[in-house]
Design a binder for this molecule. Structure first.
Ligand code: PXL
Length: 266
């Protein structure tokens, strides 16, 4: 057998553990796998949750995260990486140090602030640490409407607000801002969703189909799909289109395995 391992692209997720595997690092790995990219991971927090409640979040020490990442990346250098739940300032600092230290490229930040079941997923001050320490290193950031509001300070009621928020977020340093509109009320009566992409010059609007029901981990799946596509060498715009298509199908075919939200079929 020829050794083909070197042809395999790799993507790293730095994220929290979700035992349902619908969100967090387990979901990310499933998505990387779907795209034929080898997923590697470093855990940034542990959670006890199911499809309807987040029970407990257990912190991971920043130094230990740094050790996980140093040990891993000194051996396997990822072609792209994403961050999910970064619970504490120490965790954000450790991630920034590693990305700078190894000069890692293709960073996708999903600035996870609250869980789909409503629990805060970051301590006080983490949003500022993210803005200052990590956003300047990002290729793409993928906040939803609530996260974009929390970060930009602009409350998003209509499309113009979404554009203004994207402009503010772009000033924080990422190459590209994508505000995901799954929760956006603006197009609800049309049965559509809007994701807004801003590259500093132009806005791109991605219209999708709104599906009824509650789904767990859509943001994780979307940002993981973008990360996998970047690892494969795609442009951001192509990666985002592909990710959108992928999440839409995963939502359409979602499983109802527990008593709460549906889990994506990736
Ligand atoms: O969907 C955001 C998210 C990210 N990471 C973990 C989660 C969740 C949502 O519940 O549990 C670990």
């Amino acid at each position: 057998m020829p050794d083909i391992i070197h042809l395999m692209k790799t993507a790293l997720t730095i994220a929290g553990s979700d035992p349902t595997c619908g969100a967090g690092l387990q979901a990310d790995i499933r998505v990387f796998n779907h795209f034929g990219v080898y997923g590697i991971s470093a855990v940034s927090a542990l959670t006890a949750q199911n499809t309807y409640e987040m029970n407990v979040i257990l912190k991971i020490d920043g130094k230990f995260l740094e050790t996980q990442l140093n040990t891993l990346i000194s051996d396997i250098r990822p072609n792209a990486l994403k961050t999910g739940m970064l619970f504490s300032i120490d965790i954000v600092k450790a991630v920034a140090k590693i990305i700078k230290g190894y000069d890692l490229e293709n960073l996708v930040i999903d600035p996870v602030t609250i869980s789909s079941t409503g629990m805060s997923m970051m301590e006080n001050g983490v949003l500022d640490a993210l803005k200052e320490g990590l956003f300047p290193l990002a290729k793409v950031i993928t906040p939803n409407i609530y996260e974009a509001t929390a970060i930009s300070g602009i409350s998003i009621i209509n499309e113009k607000d979404m554009e203004m928020a994207a402009i503010e977020l772009k000033k924080l340093g990422p190459d590209i801002v994508i505000i995901t509109g799954g929760h956006f009320e603006g197009l609800k009566n049309k049965g559509e969703t809007l994701d807004l992409i801003y590259d500093g010059e132009k806005f791109h609007r991605l219209i999708g189909k709104r599906r009824k029901g509650e789904y767990h981990g859509t943001g994780c799946a979307f940002s993981a799909a973008i990360t996998a596509c970047l690892a494969k060498g795609m442009s951001v715009i192509d990666a985002v289109r592909k990710a959108k298509e992928f999440v839409d199908i995963a939502i359409k075919n979602a499983y109802r395995l527990g008593k709460g939200m549906r889990l994506l079929n990736v």
